[in-house]
Ligand binder design. Structure first.
Ligand SMILES: *Cc1c(COP(=O)(O)O)cnc(C)c1O
Length: 426
C-alpha cells in the first residue's frame, strides 16, 4: 500500500499542530512510520487519503460499536443540527438520554453529561472527594483515566510509596494525593489502605482494563476491592469509559456482578460525538452543583448533537441486546483464528479477550498487569502491526491498546484478518 498523500498531509499537519496530531497515540510513535489520514469510513471499513481500504479494529477507540457512519446515528445528528447546534439552555433530549442510560445500567439513579471521558473521570474524583471529605485516591499502574493531572502518575519506588508525576506540568502536590497499586494484586491495595487510614476518598479502576492491552480482573481481586471499599468508607469508581455499553447494557458492573459507587462513561455513550458522563446513586449525585456543593459545569455539556447521537446509539443497543452476544462471538472467532495461526509460528504470544475487547501480546508470560504487559516484545509487535496494515488490516498502533470490534465486521472480514496473519513473517 502507498501512503504518499498521508505522508504529505502529516508533514503539513506537523507545522501547525504539535506532532501533527491532536492525541498522541495517533502519531504512530510506538510503531514508527506515517500515520494514516482518513478520508471517510463506512461500516467496518476505513478509506484513507491514498485510496486504500482498511478493515478497522479500533472503531475510533471504541465508540463506533455498530460500525462507521451508522445510519440511525447519522440521521439523528443531521435532523438535530437543522434545529440549532447549541443553546446553553436545557433541552428535553438530555433527559431522554439520561433516563435511558439510567434504565440500562444497574445501581445508578442520576447521571451528569460532560464532553469527554477525561472530564468524566476528573469530575467523578472531585465528587468522591467532596462526598467523603477525604483527599487521596488509589489508581492502578497501567490504567488510563484520561489526561487530567491526578491520573498521570507512575510508581515511585514500590507500590507503598507516593506516586511521582509522569508528565512535566503535574505538580508534586497533586501527585502526592494519587497512590499507585498493581492490577490484580489486592495486597498492594490493602497495604495502601492500611498506610493511609481515613485519608482515601476513592479507588478508581478500569473494571476490565483496556489501556495496557485487554486485562481481566480475577474474581478475588475485584470482589476484594468492593469489600475493602465498603469496610473503609472508600468509594469505588468504575471507569467504564471503554466497557460501558460495550460489554453489556449494564457494562462491567453487570457482567462482573459488582456494584460500583460512581461509574464513568465515554466513547459508546456518545455514538461517535464528544460525550462523557458520570453517574451514581442519588445520595452521591446530590452532592453535585447546583443540588449540592461540588462544582462542575460545561458550556457544551449535554449538547443536542452529541445527545442525539448518544440516544440513537443507546436506543439501538437497548432494543437489540443480542448485539453484545454477536460481538462477543465474533471476537471469540477472531481469537480462535489468531491463536491457531500464531501457535504455528513458534513465537511467544498471549491473547487476552473479554467480550468484544481483545489484545495480542508477544510474551510467554500471562498478561495480568502493567508489568507483564510491558514485557511484550515491541519489535515483534511493530512487524505485526505494519505487516497487517500492509494487508489492509488496521490494528491499534500500540501494544498497550485493546482492539474494539464493531458489529459491522463480518465473518469474511475476520477470515481475511486471520489469513493476513497467516501470510505474515514475524
Ligand atoms: C478513553 C478513556 C478515557 C478518556 O476518555 P477521553 O474521551 O479520551 O477523554 C478514560 N478512561 C478510559 C478507561 C478510557 O479508555
Amino acid at each position: 500500500m502507498i501512503y504518499k498523500r498521508s505522508s504529505t498531509l502529516f508533514n503539513e499537519a506537523k507545522q501547525y499542530i504539535p506532532g501533527g496530531v491532536n492525541s498522541p497515540v495517533r502519531a504512530f510513535n510506538a510503531v514508527g512510520g506515517t500515520p494514516i489520514f482518513v478520508k471517510e469510513a463506512k461500516g467496518a471499513y476505513l478509506y484513507d487519503e491514498d485510496g486504500n481500504k482498511l478493515i478497522d479494529y479500533i472503531a475510533s477507540w471504541g465508540p463506533l460499536i455498530l460500525g462507521h457512519a451508522h445510519e440511525p446515528v447519522i440521521n439523528a445528528v443531521i435532523e438535530k443540527a437543522k434545529k440549532g447546534t447549541s443553546f446553553g439552555m436545557p433541552t428535553e433530549i438530555e433527559t431522554e438520554l439520561a433516563k435511558l442510560a439510567v434504565s440500562m445500567v444497574p445501581n445508578i439513579d442520576k447521571i451528569r453529561f460532560v464532553n469527554s471521558g477525561t472530564e468524566a473521570c476528573m469530575s467523578a474524583v472531585r465528587l468522591a472527594r467532596g462526598y467523603t471529605g477525604k483527599d487521596k485516591i488509589i489508581k492502578f499502574a497501567g490504567c488510563y483515566h484520561g489526561h487530567s493531572d491526578s491520573f498521570l502518575i507512575q510508581a515511585g519506588s514500590g507500590a507503598v510509596t507516593f506516586g511521582s508525576p509522569n508528565s512535566p506540568g503535574v505538580t508534586q502536590g497533586t501527585a502526592k494525593d494519587t497512590l499507585l497499586a498493581n492490577y490484580n494484586d489486592l495486597k498492594s491495595v490493602e497495604a495502601l489502605v492500611a498506610a493511609n487510614k481515613n485519608e482515601i476518598a476513592a479507588i478508581i479502576i478500569e473494571p476490565i482494563a483496556g489501556n495496557m492491552g485487554c486485562i481481566i480482573p480475577s474474581e478475588d481481586f475485584i470482589k476484594g476491592l468492593r469489600e475493602l471499599c465498603t469496610q473503609h468508607g472508600i468509594l469505588l469508581i468504575f471507569d467504564e469509559v471503554m466497557t460501558g455499553f460495550r460489554l453489556a447494557k449494564g457494562g462491567a458492573q453487570e457482567v462482573l456482578g459488582i456494584d460500583a459507587d460512581i461509574v464513568t462513561f465515554g466513547k459508546v455513550i456518545g455514538g461517535g460525538l464528544p460525550v462523557g458522563a458520570f453517574a451514581a446513586r442519588k445520595e452521591i449525585m446530590g452532592y453535585l452543583a447546583p443540588e449540592g456543593p461540588v462544582y462542575q459545569a460545561g458550556t457544551l455539556s449535554g449538547n443536542p448533537l452529541a445527545m442525539s447521537a448518544g440516544l440513537a446509539m443507546l436506543t439501538e443497543l437497548n432494543n437489540n441486546p443480542d448485539i453484545f452476544r454477536s460481538l462477543a462471538d465474533k471476537t471469540a472467532y477472531l481469537h480462535k483464528g489468531l491463536d491457531a495461526v500464531l501457535a504455528a509460528k513458534n513465537i511467544p504470544y498471549q491473547i487476552n479477550r473479554f467480550g468484544s475487547m481483545i489484545s495480542v501480546h508477544f510474551t510467554d508470560e500471562p498478561v495480568v498487569d502493567f508489568t507483564s504487559s510491558a514485557k511484550g516484545n515491541n519489535e515483534t509487535f511493530k512487524k505485526y502491526f505494519h505487516g497487517m496494515l500492509a494487508k489492509g488490516i488496521y490494528l491499534p498502533p500500540s501494544a498497550f491498546e485493546s482492539y474494539f470490534l464493531n458489529d459491522a465486521i463480518s465473518y469474511d472480514d475476520l477470515d481475511a484478518t486471520i489469513k493476513a496473519l497467516k501470510e505474515l513473517e514475524l
